[in-house]
Design a protein. Sequence first.
Length: 207
Amino acid sequence: MTNVNLRQFKPEKLYPPRGFIKPVIKQPQYLEIGAGRGKHALMFAHDNPDKQLIAIERTRNKFNDFADKSQQLSLDNLLPIHADAIPWTVHALGPKSLAGVFILYPNPEPKNASQRWLNMPFFEFLLSRMQDNTQLILATNIQSYIEEAEQQAKDLWQLSPIITNVDKGSERTHFEVKYLARGETCWQLELVKPQGYKTRFDGWVAS
Ligand SMILES: C[S@@+](CC[C@H](N)C(=O)[O-])C[C@H]1O[C@@H](n2cnc3c(N)ncnc32)[C@H](O)[C@@H]1O
């Protein structure tokens, strides 16, 4: 991976989120970033009892709703986390610890391109946490977001994304249900981290 145009991510500068508790990672471990009220996370954990999911949401009221539902269902393979996913990932996850990543309907950040996930220096760190041959899935209803993400995946991260239309009947998240009900098109980007892919964080572990 060569990545000359982007400033480098500096994990050592990030403090652990408030109240941080290092999780016990059990395999296969999946990560969802921006889980909202947890619709996808709850369904994924219920439907895949053999897989572990950590689902992170930063907004307090959405997280509370998610955490309540999670408690009611007592799914022992789901860990809801209230935090900013960036410092949390830095402090919680070792290299090649993830079997897959979901980023479903991220904030579009229309005025702040540097905050879109594939534009962030953090994305390299996230890739370093994924095992070889595992997949990252990103979905959005914004055509320019998916086009930019596709371009960045190719040019900046030297990966081979696959873009598809989300099925009209899909109901993975609250935002997905809302957009599809309005008749909007939603897109999905799928990225596989290839065998032997290198990042500058492959040996980096939080102290
Ligand atoms: C548009 S909502 C989509 C929520 C859910 N995935 C869905 O599709 O219904 C994006 C969510 O990502 C969360 N988010 C954005 N940046 C985050 C970060 N750095 N860490 C954790 N959550 C984040 C926001 O709080 C928001 O709830």
